[in-house]
Design a protein around this ligand. Sequence first.
Ligand code: GLN
Length: 286
Amino acid sequence: MLIYEAIQHGRKCLAAANVASPLLDAQVLLGHCLDLDRMALLLKRDHHVPNEPWRLYCQLIDRRANFEPVAYLVGNREFCGLDFQLSPATLIPRPDSETLVEAVLAAIADHEAPLRVLDLGTGSGCLLLSLLAVLPKATGVGLDISEDALSMAKTNAKRLDLENRASFKQSEWTAALDPKAAPFDVVLSNPPYISHDDLAQLMPDVRCYEPMGALDGGPDGLDAYRAIIEQIPPFLSADGLLAFELGAGQAPMVGTLLQTAFGQPPSIHKDLAGHDRVVLFRKALR
Ligand code: GLN
């Protein structure tokens, strides 16, 4: 079997299963099995695929045909220009969430300041670690309820050489966070925000494989926002920044929750698709 034949074979299997991007997925999976990037696959199109990688590739194509996400099959995903290792315990980082990182960075006046960052529901650690990577003096804490997700976040901190500035702890929101750890200058979260009605509508790639605890936001999708907004005041510095990712159509409701709790309206930021994606709230200095 030659490389281009293997790609064609994979593409056909995935197209027959109605996978959304069959050619790209076949290339990424074969590249993973042969330890080659996609360009190298093109340049070596007439090279033979050895038996062992071929067997592995066929298994991965079968799993992808059952909608298992490519990021779990290959074990990593790029986010904010960094490479994050993943497991099924961690949500797969989305380009949408880069809007959250971008909005927080735009709101921070001094990137050289020794800021303290708190990431609630850190998962793979992608949000916290992407921020620390461009804020050379910042330190951060990532909390998550899942031990398995935290072990992935710690691995990522190590791989990105950020383990001296990032620490991780198991906690349901701020429940296990020592009050002495306060105050934080930036608190951010991409919480579970899918409502129960919408959970059933998710694509099988998400619904059947990504961690339900990272998706399920309760009956109306807002449970996590309510819990965090209630718990966060003692942990936020006097002029601290609170930043959330939002689900579709949630800006007005989360905006109202923040306005009610803090007496000030937040600002809303759109993602590249033009959807309200991020809500930022700056606590006023008193
Ligand atoms: N903070 C992680 C991310 O953005 C995990 C978010 C989650 O599990 N809801 O990918």
